[in-house]
Design a protein. Structure first.
Length: 151
């Protein structure tokens, strides 16, 4: 990613605490040093907020039918394009709640806000606290298991 390359150039290398050797910064360390929100996270956060808003509108509204509806007719050749619903499901899978009824969850605004904030803060371990009882816990990455979790 271009942003990370520029940030690595600005902040420079880091001396490893264990081996004493110089190494490049990990993405998480860059994000900790540069406290501006990541644009990808902001887009996912806004998309999830909008999806919860539309889910609470009800089935009679046009926006709801556009979000969840399937187009009729023939589709174009090639790979099917991602729909808003596909992107929402991918965002939920990254938090560990990909196979759940997200429309029912969006009806409870407090639980939905918790989920949306988890999508925004993907640096937090994915199954820490298991804030939604209907979600299945997700395993930690190899890097998290090796280096531990910073609290």
């Amino acid at each position: 990613m271009f942003e990370n390359r520029v940030l690595r150039r600005i902040f420079g290398p880091l001396a490893d605490e264990v081996t004493g050797e110089w190494r490049g910064l990990y993405n998480e360390e860059l994000n900790d040093l540069y406290c501006s929100p990541n644009i990808v996270r902001v887009i996912k956060w806004r998309r999830m907020k909008w999806a919860g808003h539309v889910a609470r509108m009800g089935e009679e509204r046009e926006v709801y039918r556009v979000l969840l509806g399937k187009p009729v007719g023939r589709r174009a050749l090639g790979r099917p394009r991602h729909r808003w619903l596909d992107n929402i499901r991918m965002d939920l899978q990254k938090v560990g709640c990909g196979y759940m009824n997200w429309i029912g969850l969006a009806q409870d605004m407090d639980r939905w806000r918790t989920l949306v904030s988890a999508v925004m803060n993907l640096r937090v371990p994915r199954n820490a606290g298991n804030f939604l009882t209907s979600c299945k816990p997700v395993s930690f990455s190899r890097r998290t298991l090796h280096h531990g979790v910073n609290n």
